[in-house]
Design a protein around this ligand. Structure first.
Ligand code: COA
Ligand code: AMP
Length: 238
């Protein structure tokens, strides 16, 4: 099969990224679809790469949604939900880091922060970049998308749910995320036990800070990274 990845930038800033895993028959259609995604850009990069070995996940994480009066209450709930696995002080520290810019210059990272689930130590080798979950797609993207849209979710949920599902498959023990887009305020926490819990709102409208943190076991770091970055995965149903 083929991994098709698109990224677009505007004045040097990443503005859009998407990927698919398709057979050769669907390559042209997929490339055209991805080319139409970025709304404004001055550069689009398209990468097509053959993947020999694709694994399958039968079902994604179960989705639920919790709504709050404001992001402060939502973040408290995120801490409460994840505290069965990660110390509260570590969770507070990571939320603070994401909300004030997790990279070395006090801005958003280009990937996720890696955090040792026991000590709270940051484990990513490059704290400007972080780690990105790649090489994943839905086996029948259109069917899952239609179902999620019918249930009132968005295409963002489709993509973020795929990422969170792959993360759990690869051994990420827990995850917290909210977007750096100023106008997208719904975030989530995810873990094998909790599933994918959307929390609305995880930040204020207009806030430019966001990010992801993956809580992992230090001793499994190498295999988790290998899986997140190199293992091609298709998710079957929803
Ligand atoms: N945020 C910010 N910058 C990004 C980025 C992102 N999400 N993805 C790529 N870049 C920029 C970075 O500058 C990066 O350099 P770096 O590796 O030093 O950080 C550069 O582009 C090259 O990145 P690379 O990883 O080689 O890109 P790629 O061609 O393999 O494509 C994407 C990766 C864009 C597809 C991936 O990052 C992405 O965004 N995927 C979409 C996630 C998603 O929704 N998946 C679910 C699908 S079901
Ligand atoms: P987004 O939901 O796309 O706004 O992304 C929120 C944050 O998650 C970004 O600021 C990045 O730090 C991080 N991120 C983006 N794409 C990925 C990915 N593929 N894997 C891991 N982290 C990512």
């Amino acid at each position: 099969m083929l991994s098709v990845r698109m990224r677009a930038s505007l004045r040097g800033k990443h503005v859009s990224g998407a990927e698919r895993i398709v057979d050769e028959e669907n390559l042209t259609k997929t490339v055209l679809e991805l080319l139409e995604r970025p709304k404004s850009y001055d550069e689009i990069n398209l990468k097509v790469e053959r993947v020999e070995d694709v694994s399958y996940i039968d079902t994604p994480l179960k989705v639920s949604t919790l709504r709050f009066r404001n992001h402060i209450e939502a973040r408290e709930k995120a801490i409460e939900l994840l505290s069965y696995k990660v110390k509260e002080s570590i969770l507070r520290e990571i939320i603070d880091v994401i909300s004030t810019g997790a990279n070395l210059k006090g801005w958003n990272m280009r990937g996720a922060i890696l955090v040792d689930v026991e000590s709270g130590d940051r484990l990513e080798s490059d704290s400007n970049r972080g780690v990105r979950t790649v090489l994943l797609d839905w086996q029948d993207r259109e069917a899952v998308k239609a179902k999620l849209l019918r249930e009132g979710y968005t295409e963002r949920t489709l993509d973020a749910l795929a990422i969170a599902t792959k993360n759990v498959f690869c051994g990420v023990e827990a995850e917290i995320c909210w977007s750096d887009d100023e106008d997208y305020v719904t975030g989530y926490v995810a873990s094998p036990e909790l599933g994918y819990v959307r929390l609305d709102p995880m930040k204020k409208y207009g806030d430019p800070f966001g990010g992801r943190a993956y809580f992992v076991r230090r001793e499994r770091l190498r295999e988790v990274l290998e899986c997140l970055e190199r293992k091609a995965l298709l998710i079957k149903g929803y």
